[in-house]
Design a protein around this ligand. Sequence first.
Ligand code: SAM
Ligand code: SF4
Ligand code: SF4
Length: 341
Amino acid sequence: MPVLDTFGRPLRTLRISVTDRCNLRCHYCMPQDAYAWLPREDLLGFDEMVTLADIGASLGLARVRLTGGEPLLRPQLPHLIVQLASRPWLTDLAMTTNGVLLAEAAADLRAAGLQRVTVSLDTLRGDRFARLARLDALPRVLAGIRAARRAGFTALKIDTVVSRGDNDDEILDLLAFARDENAEIRFIEYMDVGGAIGWRPDAVVSRAEILETVTAHYGPVTPLGDPDSSAPAERFQLPDGQVFGIIASTTQPFCSSCDRARLTADGVLLLCLYARHGLDLRRPLRAGASTATLRKMIDAVWQGRADRGAEERLRVDDRGVYIPITALKRDAHLEMHTRGG
Ligand code: SAM
Ligand code: SF4
Ligand code: SF4
């Protein structure tokens, strides 16, 4: 029987952060000048990740997304993919990447068994990219997207965080780019998660505003049902047939159908993007805890899960930064780049 939480939500998806390191410094995720990284010896090995995923599978887990930090900075990542792809319980194996290293990696990732790739891309302007992500790497990301297609990743997705005054004037350009690349773009509302210390309510470009911009140009869009009701994106079709998505995590959160757990690179299981604490699985795993014991631990925390972080944030009047910088400096697990987006 799959485990259900207090709201009847199953544990179906695991996002594994394979590293907390990143080669970009996106303004909404890693705006600080210096970061303390997780100790190397604490990072889970691939076998440990697979062991934990297998235990999750005995509780209903069927989908895995690799993330980070930047997952392509993790050496030998295809070795992990080969192991995961061989699991009989796995129905979906995906990765979210900033794309900087994708051109070199795409063919190996595909050969290893990765099924789907999502590339994060917030702007098509090189100077803006360099300013918002603090690396002049737009051409490399574009080359990565093309290499991914050549390698056979046909269901490519592009994720764009829209923030006011930064890239909200590029919604139509990015939509056109996605059409040309035959990729499905999803516009994500700016969230006050983890390291987003510059977050403020008026920087959020809402689902409603995004739809207004798109319909003003293209005419009415048709909402599409999604066969996967727990998917965060709401999908729409333009009159010309192009499909795009909106992830309204801030103004219309979708916690009621959230089946996602996150595993940090050092083995902490988090039940919500907004969770302040998690379950450390690395210590018991390395201390020799049996599969049955680890399974019991995961089963118990998921059964007790009452997290609805984004919905609770919605009820906060006078909403500002969620995690103050002092707390982020004390505990790297609160950072988005540690918990995995
Ligand atoms: N480094 C990889 C990347 O950027 O694709 C994977 C990890 S990143 C944390 C995963 C996703 O989280 C990215 O699409 C990123 O845009 C998104 N993200 C990070 N901070 C965010 C924020 N404050 N609001 C909304 N999305 C955010
Ligand atoms: Fe940007 Fe992803 Fe790196 Fe965060 S982890 S700084 S979103 S590339
Ligand atoms: Fe799931 Fe938490 Fe995000 Fe809500 S805020 S959708 S419970 S991860």
